[in-house]
Design a binder for this molecule. Structure first.
Ligand code: AMP
Ligand code: MN
Ligand code: MN
Ligand code: MN
Length: 278
């Protein structure tokens, strides 16, 4: 079975490494089929594709779109998209457009909680001024010594109910799936184990996603526990969804999983790549 990693980030969104360096790391870890899936942004794709092809990996064009559904943030991965598709490019530009305003609001809340200078501090970690993310604030909070690591930042700050959390309206599920499909791609629900939905709400999310033409779900991801691999393998089978695998790698020493190192998908599932020529 090929080593497939269809979810990770570069410094074009909230990863720490440039796209070509992420590609080299994937190759060094034995990845055969690779997608860069930056948040709401396509600008890393040309560099990622050129590097992957030079290294002899099969490159898959990808993106991870931020969506607001049921009052929470849900991420939808798009794979095999045409990154020059106008509607997709415009939709993502609109999705990114509120981030700077939000970042100022996050910084103001952090200042009130005793962490000054967070806007400028986060900006030092930003590779793309269009894409200021909570991850960049988390790196600044660690750098200041307020928290020992990124995970503890998100347990104490930046998350719902904690200082530095600013509610934000992202794309609709309908738009995100529509942009991906309109660009010739397939839509995959990213790390469903991360959303704190009731069973009823989760069922409704998948029902709406399927009805909109979504086809896949991440089962083996760095954002899931081993128990969640089994739980979402069952969901994939029950709902007839294709299964995906991806590390969700962001940075060395920071991410739970490195590129290409997670277990394979359970053999009973149909992978999203089952009909790709790879
Ligand atoms: P944003 O799109 O600015 O809301 O930032 C979301 C990003 O924050 C995600 O893509 C993750 O990289 C990161 N993140 C969110 N929650 C956590 C967490 N509990 N631990 C580590 N990183 C997190
Ligand atoms: Mn991220
Ligand atoms: Mn995500
Ligand atoms: Mn991700």
């Amino acid at each position: 079975m090929p080593n497939v990693d269809l979810h990770c980030h570069s410094n074009v969104s909230d990863g720490a490494l440039p796209p070509a360096v992420v590609a080299a790391r994937a190759k060094a870890n034995g990845v055969d089929v690779w997608a860069l899936t930056d948040h709401d942004e396509l600008d890393g794709i040309p560099e990622a594709r050129a590097a992957a092809q030079a290294l002899g990996m099969h490159y898959v064009t990808g993106v991870e779109i931020s969506v607001t559904w049921g009052g929470k943030t849900v991420h939808i991965v798009g794979l095999r998209i045409d990154e020059s598709n106008d509607n997709l490019v415009r939709g993502l530009a609109h999705t990114r457009s509120g981030r700077e305003r939000r970042a100022h609001d996050i910084a103001a809340q952090l200042a009130a909680a005793g962490i000054p200078g967070a806007f400028e501090g986060a900006l030092k970690f930003v590779g793309n001024p269009d894409l200021i993310s909570r991850t960049h604030f988390a790196r600044y909070i660690v750098e200041r010594g307020v928290c020992p690591d990124i995970g503890s930042v998100f347990r104490n700050y930046l998350s719902e109910g904690k200082p530095g959390y600013v509610p934000h309206r992202w794309a609709s599920l309908k738009d995100a799936v529509g942009w991906i499909r309109g660009a010739g791609g397939i839509a995959v629900v990213a790390h469903p184990g991360r959303y704190e939905f009731s069973d009823i709400a989760q069922d409704a999310l998948f029902a709406e996603f399927k009805q909109l033409g979504g086809v896949g779900v991440e089962v083996v991801t760095g954002s899931h526990t081993v128990d969640e691999y089994a739980r979402f393998a069952d969901v994939a089978k029950k709902l007839g969804l294709l299964a995906s695998r991806g590390s969700d790698f962001h940075a060395p020493g920071e991410s739970h999983a490195d590129l290409g190192t997670l277990p394979p998908l359970p053999a009973s599932l149909t992978p999203v790549w089952h009909d790709w020529q790879i």
